[in-house]
Design a binder for this molecule. Structure first.
Ligand code: ATP
Length: 258
């Protein structure tokens, strides 16, 4: 994108599924920091993340990886630049935790490289997700939350500057949800561009900026302290939430409590 310092950008992205418009002329520039995308079911969050990752071709508009239009970037270069956590990760049940996390290194080293479960980045990723003790366990023998932490470690092991994480806290208990929040904050502080789709608004409110999506469009892009955020969240979620702003960071409560 001429003159922009965005690491990743969507420009006028439209995606249609037949009559259904999933994204309508969406513009979004992403750079260092943690961006949390929120919005109701069907708002277009996952579609936007997939388009940004190059996993889905838009019907109109362009994605830019740095200054380059994404279609002109080789698959190998895309994999080096962007780590991807899918909403529903597929896996081979007999693959070990260490082998799965080591797959994250393949993106950096090329598909011809030998997968090395002892690679230092693999070790670091296993440690950061506190799963080093499970390295020999098969994925099929893990709980949903345990497997989610393995998939997160695989994304981390890529050491890519951009992380696109679709619902990284799915299946996680509150303790591990908070660990993911701290991980996203640490990655952002270390200069990464972290983009998460999140359904838990209180977790999303810990990000540097929120993107509130509604009906395939960006309703508001703003930091948690922005004065219009409470209104945007209330309208996106049809009044289901009350936003409390008299705190260092705003937080939400479901309206059955009020
Ligand atoms: N393969 C598909 N075929 C037809 N319509 C689709 C397809 N994938 C998504 N859609 C539609 O596109 C819209 C956006 O879907 P998307 O998955 O991006 O929403 P989302 O905001 O991620 O929702 P959720 O919070 O439920 O995960 C929805 O209306 C959905 O029904």
């Amino acid at each position: 994108m001429g003159g922009s310092d965005a690491m990743l950008a969507a420009q006028n992205i439209t995606v249609r599924y037949g009559e259904r418009v999933a994204l309508q002329a969406v513009n979004l520039e992403l750079t260092v920091g943690w961006t949390a995308i929120v919005g109701p079911n069907g708002a277009g969050k996952s579609t936007l993340l997939q388009v940004l990752a190059g996993l889905q071709k838009p019907d109109a508009g362009n994605v830019y990886l740095g200054q380059c239009a994404l279609p002109s970037v080789s698959l190998a270069a895309r994999a080096q630049q962007m780590a991807w956590l899918p909403q529903q990760g597929e896996y081979r049940p007999d693959m070990s935790v260490a082998e799965c996390v080591a797959l994250g290194r393949v993106a950096q080293q090329g598909i011809w490289a030998q997968v090395l479960p002892d690679d230092p980045m693999v070790k670091e990723a296993l440690q950061r997700l506190e799963i080093a003790d499970w390295r020999s366990r098969p994925l099929g023998a893990l709980s949903g939350g345990e497997r989610q932490r393995v998939f997160l470690a695989r994304a981390l092991a890529t050491d890519a500057p951009i992380l696109l994480l679709d619902e990284p806290t799915t299946h996680l208990d509150p303790q591990h949800q908070i660990a993911v929040v701290k991980l996203c904050q640490a990655l952002a502080a270390a200069g990464k561009c972290v983009v998460t789709v999140l359904h838990d608004i209180n977790l999303a409110l810990q990000a540097d900026q929120l993107v509130v999506m509604l009906d395939g469009q960006i309703h508001l892009k703003a930091p948690p302290s922005h004065p219009d955020l409470a209104k945007a969240l209330a309208s996106a979620f049809a009044g289901a939430l009350t936003v409390t702003t008299n705190a260092e960071r705003p937080y939400v409560l479901p309206n059955f409590l009020s």
